[in-house]
Design a protein around this ligand. Structure first.
Ligand code: ARG
Length: 657
């Protein structure tokens, strides 16, 4: 049983006579910061007192008097201006833990009213390699799907891959013009991704060329305006004026930015021009951008040859994707990519027009929203459909196929406006009771604080990221093993297997432990640290428990079956016990606003409590055999909770490290 929901339930009853809408007040029941104030503290009396015009202390005493916590907490205490302090009874803690020993779910109840969730995550555009950005959607989405399932909900995961977009026009064009047949025969995906990069560079080159002159002009304009500003300030004797200085400063900043942009663009163009092969290709394919669009439209229009190429390219791309997912331990119930909805686009646009939800404007079709200048376009002037059209068709399909109560879209924050519009459109289509949520996330940054890129300026490939993390994990595993007092214990193949698990875990956990809205700086050293809020630390805590069991020759199954009495005689033992009972709370918090970092924070606190316990309470050498059993049970529950918690995050443990 989870403590906080139980407290909320009981407070709800105690509050009923004085407050109709207790939810905001119940949200003010928290863990106490200081054990002096018990384990949990309710802080609502001040707010409620103000609202009702009553003395908060009196009010707190009244509510506390009505609160029934017999057998669960010590009698509540009112302190300070009106805090209600609660201390959970030790015998209650022991009962709950004892029940958890024999429970797969570790005492966490399933939700009373299961819902159906569709989780849309990962969704890379195929035919180009997955990159660092995909780690976020993939890890967060997978963690949420697992946690929702554990909570008792029905979950449908759907990988909405981009398998119908411009990138196919690009590789079709690349294949026709630049393909190395032998390389393609040996490794089609490798060759296709080379073609993708090549075509991308050539398109960027020509687009960059046309941007060069306007950008240089803009910079010159900014510079001459700055000179004018200086001259004017001098002429008017205002060089010391605060506002003038500020304006000049701002102007200078704009100039710096434009100069940087121009510099980057020039460097990019030069890189192509200085490469004889590339510059030749660039010269030979001046209209490559247009041609690629043409290939994409022909694919969409049903051109035989382009369809055939698409059918040829897709399977190896999907297989490569599948290999990466396998390595990441991620699976999907469905992979219904954009191409799946191709034939549903025309009908849905027509239907939306007929229903008066979308209308024509200037030859295009859009859904217009009040207070917004630009509509959400669903058909272009030339008849082409858009990302939004596909998403509307996808939404409709999901509702019909799976009858969800909620759809979560785990997608980069840059698409916020798209989802806002999509959800508003969905409400107009009548999906008012469906929870639609953009589970948005920030950018992965390099150590320089800018989006994480390779030296060539490309996004870092996901596979190389995994390889590097695993290689570094391998070093740590080896060093650890070599330093063991009794000498190294692991065979080379064990080391390799552990390194793979530890490396990938570190990468996922580093991502999941961030507030998903924030950007974060990618650092191998930090993510693989043996101490701190890392998967490595947690896996180590787990392996340490297992090694205690091995060392003491303790059979975990037999220990569990014997249900030995649990003693909470020291603060370290009691803290650990209480923390173990907070697992369900952490799951609730995680799902409240779809934030896996609520779970990682919990696991980190649990591992810290365990660490304190371990330093203060001898286990195998406990004073009595009964105490030894009791402490072993606490160790075992800790290990199981870590394992389960990491499992909800899609992270494995290792028995040895
Ligand atoms: N393929 C898209 C991209 O790479 C993400 C798709 C997200 N899901 C969705 N239903 N729009 O940006």
């Amino acid at each position: 049983m989870s403590i906080l929901p139980e407290l909320e339930r009981r407070f709800r009853r105690a509050l009923a006579p004085v407050e109709e809408d207790p939810d905001p007040l119940l949200a003010m029941i928290r863990r106490s910061q200081d054990p002096k104030f018990g384990d949990y503290q309710a802080n609502f009396a001040m707010a409620l007192g103000k609202k009702l015009g009553r003395d908060p202390r009196q009010l707190a005493a009244e509510v506390a008097g009505r609160l029934s916590v017999d057998g669960f907490c010590q009698p509540p205490e009112v302190a300070g201006p009106g805090f209600i302090n609660l201390r959970v009874r030790d015998d209650w803690i022991v009962d709950q833990l004892t029940a958890a020993i024999g429970d797969e779910r570790l005492g966490v109840p399933a939700v009373a009213e299961p819902k159906t969730y569709v989780v849309d995550f990962s969704a890379p555009n195929v035919a180009k390699p997955m990159h660092v950005g995909h780690i976020r959607s993939t890890s967060i989405g997978d963690a949420l799907a697992r946690t929702l399932r554990f909570a008792g909900h029905r979950v449908v995961t759907d990988n909405h891959i981009g398998d119908w977009g411009t990138q196919f026009g690009m590789i079709i064009y690349g294949y026709r013009n630049f393909c190395d047949g032998e390389a393609y025969g040996q490794n089609p995906v490798g060759e296709l991704s080379r073609l993708y990069q090549l075509v991308r560079r050539l398109i960027d080159y020509h687009a960059g060329k046309t941007r060069l002159a306007p950008l240089a002009e803009k910079l010159a304009g900014l510079e001459s305006r700055l000179a004018e500003m200086h001259a004017e300030a001098a002429a008017e004797g205002k060089t010391g004026d605060k506002r003038v200085k500020k304006a000049i400063h701002r102007q200078q900043k704009d100039i710096d930015e434009a100069r940087e942009e121009l510099g980057e663009l020039r460097a990019k163009l030069e890189a192509v021009e200085q490469d004889p092969e590339l510059s030749k290709l660039a010269a030979e394919h001046p209209r490559i951008g247009q041609s690629v669009l043409g290939e994409t439209s022909r694919l969409h229009a049903g051109d035989e040859e382009n369809r055939r190429l698409w059918r040829e390219f897709l399977p190896p791309c999907l297989a490569a994707l599948g290999a990466t997912y396998k390595r990441l331990g991620v699976a999907f119930d469905h992979t219904l990519g954009e191409s799946f909805y191709h034939q549903r686009l025309r009908p849905i646009v027509e239907e939306l027009i007929a229903a008066g939800i979308a209308r024509e404007s200037d030859g295009a079709v859009g859904i217009f929203f009040e207070g917004q200048d630009a509509p959400m376009l669903i058909r272009k002037k030339d008849g082409a459909f858009l990302y939004a059209t596909t998403d509307l068709a996808t939404l409709r399909y999901r509702v019909e196929a799976w009858q969800p109560d909620a759809i979560l879209y785990v997608v980069d924050f840059r698409q916020s406006l798209h989802f806002e519009n999509l959800f508003a459109a969905a409400r107009r289509m009548g999906y008012e009771r469906l929870e639609l949520k953009h589970v948005s996330f920030g950018t992965v940054l390099g150590e320089d604080g800018r989006p994480f890129k390779t030296r060539e300026g490309d996004a870092v490939g996901l596979e190389s990221l995994l390889d590097e993390a695993v290689a570094r994990a391998r070093k740590i595993v080896e060093e650890n093993d070599d330093a063991k007092p009794g000498g190294a214990e692991l065979s080379p193949s064990q080391r390799a297997r552990i390194a793979e698990t530890v490396g990938i875990a570190a990468l996922k956990y580093a991502d999941l432990s961030q507030n998903r809205d924030s950007d974060y700086v990618f650092s191998y050293d930090k993510m693989l640290a043996m101490n701190g809020n890392t998967a490595t630390y947690m896996q180590y805590a787990y392996a340490r428990v297992r090694s205690i069991f091995a060392k003491g020759g303790v059979d975990a199954e037999a220990l569990r079956a014997s249900r030995p009495p649990i003693f909470l005689n020291t603060p370290a033992e009691r803290d650990l016990a209480l923390e173990l009972l907070r697992f369900g709370e952490a799951v609730d918090y995680c799902l409240k606003d779809y934030r896996p970092n609520q779970l990682t924070s919990y696991l980190f606190e649990l591992a810290n409590c365990y660490s304190t316990f371990f330093e203060n309470c001898p286990v195998l050498k406990a004073e009595t055999p009964e105490l030894r059993q009791s402490r072993l049970v606490l160790c075992d529950l800790t290990a199981r909770t870590i394992q389960k918690g990491l499992g909800l995050l899609g992270i494995d443990v290792v028995e040895k490290m």
